[in-house]
Design a binder for this molecule. Structure first.
Ligand code: FEO
Ligand code: CA
Ligand code: CA
Length: 629
């Protein structure tokens, strides 16, 4: 870990056999003048000659759609596994489609707005799924249909619809379809009020202490659970993202601190009005409660009695997902994005190594290690859409993380990770969402979903985020030369998203692997399957007009990392986002989430439901084959 950026030779880091391919997907285009805002001319013919044939995508791509239904590639079927409000825990009442379920009901029912999730196999015919319930759509949660809670009972219902649902599933017959198993000892809800523990360097720190918890080690609840990760020892990681939207105060003279502002707290106008009825979320009364959220939480889905753990060593920010890999020397590496305009990409490297034979030895891996943040630079020649970068350690006492700059100890570096990242010169990215690691070459891919403020004051263009008013987003990838603990890397843009229908030329056309047939905006969810297919899920504009004409509803696509080809596999119902992706171990069943269908009041998904419901979809092939092959 001693190499310096000056010694970086991007070409050396990239296997020569792959170098052409790196260039193939994005570099073999005439991009002269791109960074300077000149005309961006694409030489598609040159690219086509360079492209190796796609070997991975075995399905027929589908057209965009604006229908209020799931559309999927021929030969595939998508069915609902479970929807918001379905009974989960023993004694749970039926879902009431008019919103009359109580808070106590919701605590036993499947949560709302399912997002990231992982499948944990038990045997060939049984498994357990851990599924995030990121937030709620108040207009559908509450019987009154309004946007705000009007009582403590309604706040409690909202809190109970957040968190995680642990759902046991069993195979139906001997095919590829599965169903929820009820009753099951594994079925469990973890909500915004469940007790959990802090661990790692910031546990017990004064900034995490409150009147209710003077120890600073016990915390209630998790919410804003966006995406996820899975450890090699079989636990689930859930990532706290937009936690700031739950805090506020009615105290008129309350002054938001710079540390709270850095996490975009809008104290007088919170998006959700929990503080009106629950003092824990009133920042004037309980200022440190705000610091107790924005972490990565570890849950053991196979032990219903286990207490979730918030791991402070992974830093506090608006966590999107946790892409876990094991480095060649056995250390655990976790890549993480902070989803906000101009925020950063992080990497955690454990001190110890993963011990597959003795899982008890893995307990400290998420508590003892080093958090790094990424700096992306162009190459010396200023080649568009590629460059080199380095990981900078966020260690107290180093790289300016000192008392003179406002950091008194390592805990403060972690609690205020955004400030620390800025101090060390991290690159401001276009909203880092999911990260996924290619199992075949170790390269990590990250969706940079969009950034309409790019190019404005305080948000200058840079090599990795080169497009002003970036409404379509891009997928960036980095190569650490086969060593996930490396402190330098080479990067390139796998796809600069765009719309060749609306913009036949120019920077909003996108890279040549974006076509009129696959055009999409705002890539968000991301995952690799075992064969190395890159699954891309979108959370973007679905107007199907103007800049977004021809893109339809949010969608799921599949990319070939080698050829660069991208094909549309599925389209969701109206005003939903597709997110969350996991597979059974044979990769013949895929689960994907339809989140917030009808957020614009225009959907009756699923099954003509009076109020639309977020749902987990189960995807199988009619011939029982591997998904996507
Ligand atoms: Fe929950 Fe950044 O998406
Ligand atoms: Ca997301
Ligand atoms: Ca998003």
């Amino acid at each position: 870990m001693t190499k310096q950026i000056e010694q970086l030779d991007a070409d050396r880091l990239i296997d020569p056999s792959r170098r052409k391919l790196l260039l193939g997907s994005a570099g073999a285009v005439g991009l002269a003048g791109f960074l300077g805002g000149g005309i961006w001319s694409v030489s598609a013919e040159a690219l086509a000659e360079d492209l190796p044939p796609n070997r991975l995508l075995g399905f027929q791509g589908i057209a965009a759609s604006t229908a209020d239904e799931v559309t999927i590639a021929p030969g595939y079927r998508a069915e609902v596994l479970i929807s918001w409000g379905e009974p989960l825990v023993d004694g749970a009442p039926a879902f009431d489609p008019q919103g009359n379920n109580s808070a106590a009901d919701q605590e036993k029912q499947f949560g709302d707005n399912n997002d990231g999730m992982s499948f944990f196999p038990i045997d060939d015919n049984h498994g357990v799924m851990a599924i995030n319930n990121e937030y709620v759509n108040e207009q559908y949660l509450f019987a009154h249909g309004g946007a705000k809670a009007t009582s403590l009972e309604e706040v409690r219902k909202s809190q109970a619809a957040h968190g995680i649902s642990i759902v046991a599933v069993k195979r139906i017959g001997d095919g590829q379809r599965w169903e929820v198993e009820r009753p099951s000892r594994y079925n469990r809800r973890i909500t915004a009020n469940s007790e959990m523990q802090f661990s790692g360097p910031a546990a017990g720190h004064p900034l995490l202490q409150t009147a209710a918890d003077p120890s600073g080690r016990k915390v209630l609840g998790t919410f804003g659970n966006c995406a996820n990760g899975k450890t090699p020892w079989g636990t689930y990681l859930t990532c706290e993202e937009n936690f700031d939207t739950y805090f506020g105060t009615r105290q008129a003279d309350y002054r938001t601190t710079p540390e709270q502002k850095r996490y975009t707290l809008k104290a007088s106008e919170p998006e959700r009005n929990w503080p009106d009825y629950d003092e824990r979320f009133d920042v004037a009364k309980n200022p440190n409660e705000f610091n107790r959220h924005g972490w990565i939480v570890e849950i053991d889905p196979l032990d219903p009695a286990s207490t979730p753990i918030k791991h402070t060593a992974l830093g506090r920010f608006k966590h999107e997902n946790a892409a876990v890999t094991v480095a060649k020397d056995g250390r655990l590496v976790v890549y993480m994005g902070d989803d906000e305009r101009g925020e950063h990409i992080y990497k955690y490297v454990s001190k110890g190594v993963v011990d597959a034979a003795n899982p008890a030895n893995n307990r400290t891996l998420l508590d003892e290690g080093t958090l790094y943040v990424a700096q992306f630079d162009g190459d010396e020649a200023g080649t568009p859409l590629k460059g080199k970068g380095r990981w900078i350690a966020l260690e107290f006492g180093k790289n300016g993380l000192t008392p003179e700059n406002g950091f008194r100890d390592e805990a403060e570096v972690l609690i205020f990770a955004r400030k620390a990242a800025q101090q060390v010169g991290a690159t401001k990215m276009d909203r880092p969402e999911w990260i996924a690691v290619n199992p075949h070459d170790g390269r990590a891919y990250c969706t940079l979903t969009n950034n309409s403020k790019r190019g404005e004051e305080g948000m200058p263009l840079n090599a990795a985020n080169p497009r002003p008013n970036n409404i379509y987003g891009q997928i960036i990838r980095w190569d650490e030369g086969g060593d996930a603990t490396a402190d330098v890397f080479a990067w390139d843009i796998y796809a600069l998203c765009g719309n060749p229908i609306a913009h036949p030329e120019g920077v909003n056309r996108g890279t040549p692997n974006i076509t009129a047939e696959n055009t999409f905006n705002s890539p968000d969810g991301l995952g690799f399957d075992r064969a190395g297919r890159l699954w891309i899920l979108t959370d973007g504009k679905y107007s199907n007009k103007g800049d977004y004409v021809g893109q339809g509803n949010n969608q799921m696509l599949v990319g070939d990392p080698v050829s660069g080809e991208i094909r549309r596999f599925m389209v969701g119902p109206k005003s939903c986002e597709l997110t969350g992706i996991t597979f059974t171990p044979d990769y013949k069943t895929m689960f994907v989430n339809v989140q917030h269908p009808g957020e614009e009041g225009d959907s009756h998904f699923p099954n003509n439901s009076p109020r639309p419901r977020s749902s987990v979809l189960m995807i199988t092939r009619e011939d029982g084959g591997v998904i996507g092959a």
